[in-house]
Ligand binder design. Structure first.
Ligand code: BJW
Length: 228
């Protein structure tokens, strides 16, 4: 990495799989057991808020017993020890990057441990159930929802992400199927802007052909090997 000054790392559900967190589209993944239209769209939430709040309560609760794995810790080491520009853009709503020690993390699809109030639009740290309709800590209205980005909604901090992609010499994608936009388009954007591109994933993703290099295997093995 001698000639690299700026790295953007995109992570997806696969980086947390070895911590026991379900992915979405793998066999046995979340979308096999839950209809995406019901639990991950604003329309689904309007139709049946109890179902959606219960789905996210279950995942938030499960997060308490999950720990960062070797891949999260390796990225945290890179973050701490590498002096150049670095941004870890995660699609994950878990907090395993932070608990693994990483600091330069951006959650483009929101966070399980955050609540969004649909009345005052404030985001608040949150680590309790929501299906009992607690009041918003800011405006007291009983209108909290999970602070996650559903289909049809705009992911967070897109300006900051594209700014980082424009400056990146290296783009690394870890544990994502490349099925969901705009994240799935970052490799193409980064490559067209001149970055070298590397994929680390269990299998070739939908966008594998866009990468200069694609390595297959578990994130818990591939990521430490790449960082060292
Ligand atoms: C391992 C491993 C191990 C396993 N080691 N690897 C047509 C074209 C373009 C776009 C669209 C389109 N039609 C509709 C759209 C828009 C839509 C979209 O992309 N739809 C697709 C289905 C086509 N996108 C949106 O609506 C987004 N918003 C938007 O586009 O706004 C407009 C806009 C315009 C212009 C600029 C910017 C914005 C919003 C998308 C929101 C996604 N939300 C979810 C739920 C979040 C909350 C929650 O967690 O519940 O985000 S859906 C779900 O998918 C979640 C994930 O972050 C996301 C990506 O999944 P991920 O992480 O890739 O997981 P998997 O399961 O798919 O893959 C895991 C991978 O890991 C696999 O490859 C495994 O092999 C691998 N793996 N174990 C390494 N141990």
């Amino acid at each position: 990495m001698a000639d690299v000054r700026s790295i953007v790392i995109l992570t997806g559900a696969g980086i947390s799989a070895e911590s026991g967190i379900d992915t979405f589209r793998d066999a046995g993944g979340l979308w096999e057991r839950h209809r995406v239209e019901d639990v991950a769209t604003p329309e689904g939430f309007a139709r049946d808020p109890d179902l959606v709040l219960g789905f996210y309560d279950m995942r938030r609760e499960a997060l308490h017993s999950r720990e960062p794995n070797a891949a999260h810790r390796a990225l945290a080491r890179l973050d701490a020890e590498w002096g150049g520009d670095l941004l870890i853009v995660t699609q994950n709503v878990d907090d395993l990057h932070e608990r693994g020690g990483a600091r330069r993390v951006l959650h483009m699809h929101g966070e399980l441990k955050s609540a969004l109030c649909t009345s005052c639009e404030m985001r608040s740290p949150w680590d309790a159930p929501m299906s009992n309709r607690p009041p918003c800590p800011v405006c007291q209205a009983p209108t909290l929802r999970p602070d996650v980005v559903w289909f049809g909604e705009m992911p967070y901090q897109m300006d900051r992400i594209y700014r980082a992609l424009r400056g990146a010499d290296l783009f690394v994608s870890i544990g994502t199927s490349g099925a969901v936009y705009p994240a799935a388009g970052f490799v193409r954007d980064a490559r067209e802007l001149g970055a070298r591109t590397l994929e680390l994933n269990l299998e070739r993703s939908e966008g594998s052909h866009w990468f200069h290099e694609s390595r297959q295997g578990k994130a818990g093995e591939l990521v430490p090997a790449w960082v060292e």
